[in-house]
Design a protein around this ligand. Structure first.
Ligand SMILES: *[C@@H]1O[C@H](CO)[C@@H](O)[C@H](O)[C@H]1NC(C)=O
Length: 378
């Protein structure tokens, strides 16, 4: 298959996958979605179609009519006009929480208290301290809680990590992970620009750049060397650039931007979805580590030689059209069913990611996003 027709096929099936038949004698995992969120189709509704053991059973919105319209559009059996009613539905096994960041803590704590597993959008919460509390509750209740860093589940990112870990390029010296988009993707009243809801480029796009930095280096930062913002409003970074020191004399740069100004106000700036890992004996340049199913390339340069790799599937798992979210769903279901997982974002991983994000806001003086006022019952 030529790569052009591969591209078309992959992306057509990614959005319209062949539907899996339910397995006989297997009770599918029933999801409930909190909020009629724009991300839900890509993140969960499409992936469940090709998964034989998962269905979306209900959606809740504060406005019942909105939940009803969303349910109708996506073929979801039940619609609720309150988040708590959905959590209280005994048929639901797992909650998908894509609410604004500032509501993650309250509704994840309530879902866990209600005995539900939770697939939680990133960043998992506003502060590392709240993240720790959520994971402690999940642990105490014997429930699965996963921060949805979907990119990490895709074979392309596993391949990058395997090249680094193989030692062929020597030790990592520096990394640069970017996620920037031109102005126009988000409106000025988007929740991403709202401080009380946990907004900011570093929270949103930036959480991926911090996560991938920590994944590729296998280290947590020890110090923030520099932190620069361009502000959308006094409390919100539209763009953040930061550098970190990591163990092993590694220096890492992250760049994230929710809306780069257009050049000459006419030409949208090109999105930057790239990662560069510079090692002692060579480097890896990655195009599109964030949504590799659409397209990606992993260019390895060492000793005057250059090769380009791609990885759309694992040898024993996946289809070229499986998205990052589909690979993530596979492991979430495995975890809930007590089966082994090949990828997982651990509690400590999520807590450290929040800590690194907060350290940048502390360095710049912009400050952590507000803690939730929700106090769980004791
Ligand atoms: C932020 O969101 C809250 C809650 O929805 C809302 O009350 C507030 O007006 C928003 N702030 C801005 C600046 O849009």
């Amino acid at each position: 298959m030529s790569s052009a027709s591969g591209f078309v096929n992959r992306n057509r099936k990614a959005f319209n996958p062949p539907e899996a038949k339910p397995l006989p004698n297997v009770k599918p995992l029933k999801f409930g979605i909190l909020g009629a969120a724009a991300i839900a189709p890509d993140a969960l509704l499409t992936p469940v179609k090709s998964h034989p053991e998962a269905v979306v059973h209900a959606v809740a919105a504060r406005d019942k009519a909105r939940a009803g319209a969303f349910a109708k559009k996506h073929g979801i059996a039940k619609a609720y006009g309150s988040y708590q009613e959905l959590i209280d539905d005994p048929e639901i096994d797992a909650i998908y929480n894509p609410l604004p960041n500032g509501l993650h803590y309250e509704w994840t704590m309530k879902a866990l208290a209600g005995g539900k597993h939770v697939l939680l959008e990133k960043p998992c919460v506003n502060t590392a301290e709240e993240a720790r509390k959520m994971f402690q509750l999940a642990d105490a209740k014997g429930l699965v809680l996963l921060e949805a860093f979907h990119y990490r589940f895709h074979p392309a990112n596993h391949r990058i990590k395997a090249i680094i870990d193989s030692g062929e390029l020597g030790a990592v010296k520096s990394t640069k992970t970017s996620l920037t988009f031109p102005a126009g993707l988000f409106k000025t009243d988007d929740i991403r620009y709202n401080y009380s809801l946990g907004g900011g480029a570093l929270m949103d796009m930036g959480s991926y750049t911090v996560s991938s930095m920590r994944y590729f280096t296998g280290q947590n930062p020890t110090q923030v060397l520099s932190a620069k913002h361009e502000l959308a409003n006094p409390q919100i970074d539209r763009r953040t650039e930061a550098t970190f020191a990591l163990p092993g004399s590694i220096t890492s740069t992250i760049v994230c931007d929710l809306g780069m100004p257009w050049k000459f106000k006419l030409i949208p700036s090109m999105p930057d979805l790239n990662a560069v890992i510079t090692c002692e004996k060579g480097d890896i340049k990655v195009t599109n580590y964030i949504a590799p199913t659409a397209y990606h390339s992993i260019t390895v340069t060492a000793g005057g030689k250059r090769r380009v790799e791609k990885a759309y599937t694992f040898p024993d798992l996946g289809e070229p059209w499986w998205t990052t979210y589909r690979y993530q769903l596979e492991e979430f279901v495995n975890k809930v069913k007590g089966r082994p997982t090949r990828t997982w974002i651990t509690a400590e991983d999520s807590i450290q990611n929040m800590a690194a994000i907060e350290s940048v806001y502390a360095k710049s003086g912009l400050g952590s996003r507000p803690k939730s006022s929700y106090v769980p019952p004791v």
